[in-house]
Design a protein around this ligand. Structure first.
Ligand code: PLP
Length: 398
């Protein structure tokens, strides 16, 4: 059976997807099974940080696959040892646990915080998270998330998460009690529609948590690995969190995620945490190839430059079409359309061969490859300009 003879009926229906299947990708472009080409400003949901099938990643995976895929998690492998060392060298953390998805890394962060609470804080276990936050789709990470649509699902939720209001320090303060062990947040709420925390807010949170010895957990699954122009978002603020999770970009497109912690907080004991595929050599070789490229100062500088280029192009577009603000940092940006036309724009863009994402009905999100070219940004802006003109004309007729 070739890939082109599949039946879509064999897959569980978990979301609405267009009836096309992608068969090839290169850089900022994807091709579907009819040969149609698409300019990709989703990139696997901010995953393919070096674009589709980048040569360095392909070579690293190929070479590693020839040599060793996994010896089992009961043994060390050289790729995971090297990637853990590389991550601790470029961050404020001392220890790493590798996972296979962002949700699993966050699940690990929650467990680590609870373990810390059990050992050092009289059994404190509550974690303060934020309204609008998104931390994944396991039961605990859905419970930690502040996404409204999750509220009625899969009850009863995992207890122990209290939701503070986004950007409201006093609402965090009010939730702190003897059972609190940590505060957990995304530096930029991505899935909620790209809502950045002000650097000042993150610094205030660090000060607030440091006093009573609470852990600060940053979910950098969307913001980490160069996305905002620094290797990790926390570097913009001068603070050091106790725990950080990475996913998405760290694998450049393959399932790799990581839980990082300072030595003082790394309190897992044998049997507390693990998993068959965790830290397997194949994925860690991919992570090494990604980190090698993304951590280069010149690469990070180009992310900042491309981000500013995209941001100002979006601002001009917004002014031309009478739209709202452009939010975000680096190459994680959103355009507020002010009216709920984002799903229609996304559908029309797909027809025109442009992949865009709408995290909310009134918001478009842009998360291209970190090495996107300015000509590709220009092309996306040109296409979006036309789509917005058509949508504006259609609204005036209606
Ligand atoms: N945390 C954040 C901030 C995310 O954006 C996501 C995914 O969108 C996750 C966690 C979950 O990651 P995964 O889908 O790899 O489980």
């Amino acid at each position: 059976m070739t890939h082109a003879t599949y039946s879509l009926d064999a897959l569980m229906e978990i979301t609405a997807r267009p009836p096309i299947a992608f068969v090839r990708g290169k850089g900022s472009y994807l091709w579907d099974d009819s040969g149609k080409r698409y300019l990709d400003f989703i990139q696997g949901w901010a995953v393919n940080c070096l674009g589709h099938s980048p040569p360095a990643l392909v070579e690293a995976i190929t070479e590693q696959a020839k040599r060793l895929i996994t010896p089992s998690p009961a043994y060390h492998n050289d790729a995971s040892v090297a990637l853990a060392k590389a991550l601790t060298d470029v961050s404020c953390f001392d220890r790493v646990f590798f996972a296979n998805s962002g949700a699993e890394a966050n699940e690990g962060a929650i467990k680590l915080a609870r373990k810390y609470g059990a050992l050092h804080k009289n059994g404190a276990f509550e974690i303060i998270t934020f309204e609008g936050g998104f931390h994944g789709r396991t039961l605990a990470t859905m419970s930690a998330s502040g996404k409204k649509a999750f509220e009625p699902l899969f009850e009863p939720k995992v207890p122990g998460f209290r939701k503070a209001r986004w950007h409201d320090l006093s609402s965090v303060e009010q939730l702190i009690n003897d059972s609190t062990v940590a505060v957990m947040l995304e530096p930029i709420q991505g899935e909620a529609g790209v809502w950045p925390a002000r650097d000042e807010f993150l610094r205030d949170l660090r000060a607030l948590t440091a006093k009573p010895g609470l852990l600060l957990i940053l979910d950098e699954i969307q913001t980490g690995v160069g996305r905002t122009g620094k290797l990790f978002h926390y570097e913009h603020t001068g603070i050091t969190p106790d725990i950080m999770t990475l996913g998405k970009g760290i694998g450049g497109g393959v399932p790799l995620a990581a839980l990082l912690a300072t030595e003082a907080v790394s309190c897992f004991e044998h049997g507390d945490q693990g998993g068959t595929y965790n830290g397997n050599a194949l994925m860690c070789a991919a992570g090494l190839a990604v980190l090698d490229q993304v951590s280069a100062p010149a690469f990070l500088k180009s992310v900042t430059e491309n981000g500013l280029y995209l941001e100002s192009a979006l601002q001009r577009l917004s002014a031309r079409h009478g739209l709202g603000e452009v939010r975000g940092r680096g190459l994680l940006l959103a355009l507020d359309l002010c009216v709920p036309m984002a799903p229609a724009i996304v559908a029309a863009a797909l027809d025109d061969g442009l992949l865009l994402n709408a995290p909310r009905p009134d918001t478009l999100r842009f998360m291209p490859a970190l090495n996107v070219r300015t000509q590709e940004i220009d092309l996306m802006i040109e296409s979006l300009d036309l789509l917005l003109t058509k949508a504006g004309a259609a609204r005036r007729v209606a």
